[in-house]
Write a protein that binds this ligand. Structure first.
Ligand code: GLA
Length: 682
């Protein structure tokens, strides 16, 4: 029997009145299960002491053609170029053992270098160029291959350190007798100059900020090879993570100082930042290869650094490979060329390439290996939460106020069909909904920590109605109904990087989904450099960002937690425009700080899980979709660690330790500039 309810007109009226009075409630759920996905690489872990050490060896070797230059008097002998105790990579830790010299490593990148002054915050186009020129106090890329209880940052330019008992002082001993690639000594003066005249100088926008190491932190020079940090509060190993790429990688003080206004009044800060223009080469680096040639939109060429301070346990000075090439094309081309064998390396992160790359890699004669990792490549919609900074007009200020309302963020999240967005990038089981925050397929959190506001456009509309955003002129777009914007259509700009095809596809999807809830989203495509600059000065309404730092929060947590005015980039503050943190942001900052100081594994896991819950519940950023990355490496390259992820602590360019890669002689490719060095031309 079917019951038929008949409502009297009065009851209908009452019901409608009560519905109008009750505001719509957002509907948080848990994250739906991820589709199963095979073809993943397996990491082989290795104990820390099998990786490397600093020690003197009986004798050292170098390529025969370099030795000839020494014999001609162009270069000092190898043992004089090396530190007394160089960094020694152990044979036992190498997947294919001691290598042979020669050949090339061919990268392809989509970015373009701005200049070589990385110490002053210039970018080099990414894709592995910065990882080559910038060596840092510590190193974290290779940690993915060490066991869980040995996840402390590795020594690098700082070869060892000790903590004071109260945890307030950290004394670091730099590698002694190392040289820049032009032969100048590397000393604590390089470290001091980077800290005092770059990080602490408010006129220089560096990759670290003073707050990165805790407010009030100081750094003093003890002697030529020793520096001492003093922290206001007891610090933990977490600060060591902040001394790895790209936070504490000094530039050559002996070259840069004379360009800095503090040392030469004739210079402006602009002169200083641009002191090492992209086409004036070579420049001194501490890296394994040194940029020697630049051809705009074509190539960055690098040659081996004869002063590199790392060797293998047989005494061979590294790197094994003589030449590194970076072709300047597009990011998609990087994957296409690596799969085809005309490039050697790609982080496959553009899902549009996945199916064809997989098909190609399955063929027996395929030139490259391809290994998928977890879904830790993802994209988020970041809403600018700064009330004033970077605004020019009433519309922008009104958008910022809207962005700060949780109901608005919930409405946007409910408007997004993440399944459709993911499938628009690639069909099949690759992509999965991303709720923002830390990736649940990474090592730090699991899906239980995620609060998810899934696709429900009706609810999205109801929430926007509640906010008083209504279509008052019948145009199909909602209008502002209050304040200086009253009567205007709700239009929001969306900043994207035009070099990333994924971001363009995602933007198209969002434009259509937001149209369904009466919001006009206007994409603003721009170059990566312009994007970074606008993002860094809070000049955007919303943007699509690849959330590539959201994997291991112990390394990168300060990038997405509001620990100081310089972070996160979607809520910046400045002296002129100090920011107003919302209560949940304060909670996020507390949780992240406690997490980063915690040493007990279980308590750490609980803290970061709670952080992720607060983050996703408040939609601190609106996650879109996530995908597995895949590392593609040409099969002729040896010493590639099994299962290297495209990114965990760092990108694969750092993780797979390129200075140890080698190619059997009969498979080596011709070099563009054989037998040349970046110094001592004969
Ligand atoms: C870019 C690329 C990544 C990686 C990094 C290295 O971000 O998209 O795959 O190569 O550069 O810095």
């Amino acid at each position: 029997m079917t019951h038929v309810f008949r409502l009297t007109p009065l009851a209908v009226g009452l019901l409608m009145a009560s519905q109008a009075a009750i505001a719509a409630d957002a509907n948080p759920t848990s994250l739906p299960p991820a589709p199963e996905f095979e073809a993943r690489g397996q990491v082989q872990t290795l104990p820390r002491d099998r990786l490397f050490d600093f020690r003197a060896l009986e004798q050292y070797q170098e390529p025969a053609w370099v030795r000839e230059k020494v014999e001609k008097g162009v270069l000092p002998p190898v043992e004089e170029r090396l530190p007394a105790e160089p960094l020694v990579f152990e044979k036992a830790g190498m997947p294919d053992g001691i290598g042979v010299y020669g050949g090339v490593l061919r990268h392809v990148i989509g970015g373009r270098p701005e200049g070589w002054n990385w110490a002053a915050g210039q970018t080099q186009g990414w894709g592995g160029i910065s990882y080559t020129v910038a060596e840092c106090l510590t190193r974290t890329g290779p940690l993915f291959m060490l066991p869980p209880d040995e996840q402390e940052p590795l020594p690098n330019l700082a070869r060892r350190w000790e903590w004071s008992e109260d945890g307030r002082q950290l004394t670091m001993h730099l590698v002694e007798g190392a040289h820049w690639s032009d032969g100048a000594p590397f000393t604590s003066e390089d470290v001091r100059f980077y800290w005092e005249d770059n990080v602490l100088d408010p006129n220089v926008a560096t990759f670290a900020s003073p707050g990165t190491y805790g407010e009030g932190t100081t750094l003093e020079v003890v002697d030529e090879h020793t520096v001492r940090w003093t922290f206001q509060d007891p610090a933990s190993a977490q600060v060591l993570f902040q001394m790895a790429f790209f936070s504490f990688c000094p530039g050559p003080a002996h070259v840069l100082k004379e360009h800095h206004p503090r040392y030469n009044e004739a210079n402006s800060y602009n002169d200083y930042v641009n002191a090492l223009p992209v086409d004036e080469l070579p420049i001194p680096t501490m890296g394994a290869w040194v940029p020697t040639e630049y051809r705009s939109d074509e190539l960055v060429l690098m040659r081996r650094n004869p002063y590199y301070w790392k060797v293998d346990s047989a005494g061979n000075q590294l790197p094994y490979v003589d030449e590194m090439q970076f072709k300047l094309t597009t990011w998609s081309d990087r994957t296409v060329q690596a799969v085809a064998g005309s490039a050697d390396f790609s982080n496959m992160e553009n899902p549009a390439n996945y199916v064809s790359a997989l098909q190609r890699a399955h063929a027996e004669e395929a030139p490259a290996r391809l290994e998928f990792g977890p879904r830790t490549v993802g994209w988020s919609l970041d809403l600018n939460l700064a009330e004033e900074m970077g605004t020019d007009d009433d519309r922008q200020r009104a958008i910022r106020q809207l962005n700060r309302q949780l109901t608005f963020r919930q409405a946007l999240s409910h408007a997004i069909d993440r399944q459709a967005l993911g499938q628009s990038l690639v069909r099949g089981p690759f992509t999965h909904a991303f709720a923002g925050g830390v990736f649940p397929e990474g090592p730090a959190v699991d899906a239980d920590s995620v609060v998810f506001y899934g696709y429900d456009p009706e609810l999205a509309n109801a929430l926007l109605d509640d906010l008083g955003l209504k279509d008052t002129d019948g145009s199909g777009l909602r209008n502002w109904t209050e304040g200086p914007m009253a009567g205007e259509d709700l239009e929001i700009t969306l900043q994207i990087v035009n070099e990333y095809p994924t971001d363009v596809t995602l933007a198209e999807g969002l434009v259509a989904m937001f149209r369904d809830i009466g919001i006009r989203l206007i994409p603003r495509p721009m170059s990566g450099t312009a994007f970074d600059n606008r993002e860094g000065s809070a000049q955007f309404d919303m943007l699509i960002r690849r959330a590539d730092d959201h994997i291991v929060p112990i390394q990168t947590g300060d990038i997405f937690a509001p620990l100081h005015e310089g972070t996160p980039v979607w809520h910046l503050g400045s002296d002129e425009f100090p920011r107003e943190l919302m209560p949940f942001e304060q909670r996020l900052a507390e949780l992240m700080t406690t997490y980063q100081r915690e040493t007990d594994g279980e308590r750490q896991a609980a803290l970061i899980g709670e952080f992720n819950r607060v983050f996703t519940e408040n939609l601190y950023q609106i996650g879109l979709t996530s995908a597995p990355g895949a590392l593609i490496v040409n099969k002729r390259l040896k010493n590639v660690p099994a299962g290297t992820p495209i990114r965990t602590y760092q990108w694969a360019e750092d993780a797979l330790i390129r200075e140890r890669l080698w190619t059997p002689e009969d498979q080596q490719l011709g070099e563009l500039r054989p037998e040349t060095l970046p110094v001592g031309r004969d």
